[in-house]
Each structure stands twice: as structure tokens, then as C-alpha cells.
Design a protein around this ligand. Structure first.
Ligand code: HEC
Length: 135
């Protein structure tokens, strides 16, 4: 629970990063599995699929599907890179998160993401989920 980051940013650590710095992190730690520019390779595409969800061939990626930007930070910190989760610093995770969001046209290359700004990023599919905790 202490390690969980909520949609409103609760739990985000200190630190910051930009897509510009994240490109280098991605080249070193992610590209082998997720491909050039997040297009996908041996593992999931992280980019693209915008506008495809309601079509016959939905393409679910971080950019098209995920409702909260803060989840990208939480997920990468928990689970990526696959062979060495937990090995990246907070600055590196903010940066590579920014890079994935930049590749999806959600933030600008120079936007600085940190505990204040990341929760304010609006994901394209933020309203695409229904709350289903009915009694
Ligand atoms: C050795 C291969 C490998 C490397 C390196 C790797 N990943 Fe992954 N990644 C995976 C696999 C496999 C999955 C799917 C895991 C699952 O579904 O349980 C995944 C899933 C993801 C997802 C979720 C995608 C989705 O839509 O569900 C994100 C985001 C992600 N990786 C980001 C990264 C980042 C950022 C890095 C670099 C810091 C990275 N990965 C490095 C193999 C890798």
C-alpha cells in the first residue's frame, strides 16, 4: 500500500524529469523490448491506437487506453525494466514516463513532470471507464 501511487498523485516521490531526458533512459533500458519510439517489438506497443478503442480493431496502449498518467509512473517503478524492476531512480522514472507521454502527443518534450505536474496530465481515455462498485 505504501508503494501505491493514486490517480490524484498521492504517493509520488520527489524528483522530476522531461521527455528529452527520458529518451536516453528509454534507449538504454526499454527499447529492446518495446521497440523504436514505443511502437512495440517483442513486447507491447506503448504508443498509438488513439481513436481505435471503439472500432473493430481496438489497439490498447498507454496512450490510447490508460486513464491516469500517474499509473505509468507506478507501473514502471514496480515492474520495469522487466529484468530489473526497481533499478531506476525517481528522476529516471519521471523522465521515461514523460517520454512515453510525449510520444503519445500528451505532453511536450520540454514539459517537466514531477509530483505536482504529473497528476494534472489529462489522458485521452480518462472518461472511458465506468465506476462499477455498486453495492
Ligand atoms: C526484457 C523486456 C522488457 C524491457 C527491457 C522493458 N519491458 Fe516493459 N514490458 C515488458 C513485458 C513482457 C510487458 C508486459 C507485462 C505484463 O503484461 O505482465 C511490459 C509492459 C510494459 C508496460 C505496460 C504496457 C501496457 O499497456 O500494458 C509499460 C508502460 C512498460 N512495459 C514500460 C517499460 C519501460 C518504461 C521500460 C524501460 C524502463 C520497459 N518497459 C522495459 C517487457 C519489457
Amino acid at each position: 500500500m505504501d508503494y501505491t501511487i493514486l490517480p490524484n498523485g498521492d504517493g509520488l516521490p520527489d524528483g522530476s524529469g522531461t521527455a528529452k531526458k527520458g529518451a536516453a533512459v528509454y534507449q538504454q533500458h526499454c527499447i529492446a523490448c518495446h521497440g523504436e519510439g514505443g511502437a512495440g517489438s517483442v513486447n507491447d506497443a506503448l504508443v498509438g491506437g488513439h481513436g481505435s478503442l471503439a472500432t473493430g480493431q481496438p489497439k490498447k496502449t498507454v496512450g490510447s487506453y490508460w486513464p491516469y498518467a500517474t499509473t505509468v509512473f507506478d507501473y514502471v517503478r514496480r515492474a520495469m525494466p522487466l529484468q530489473a524492476p526497481g533499478s531506476l531512480s525517481s528522476d529516471e522514472i519521471y523522465s521515461v514516463t514523460a517520454y512515453i507521454l510525449f510520444l503519445n502527443d500528451i505532453v511536450l518534450e520540454s514539459d517537466e513532470l514531477n509530483a505536482e505536474t504529473l497528476p494534472r496530465v489529462e489522458m485521452p481515455n480518462r472518461d472511458g471507464f465506468v465506476w462499477d462498485y455498486s453495492p
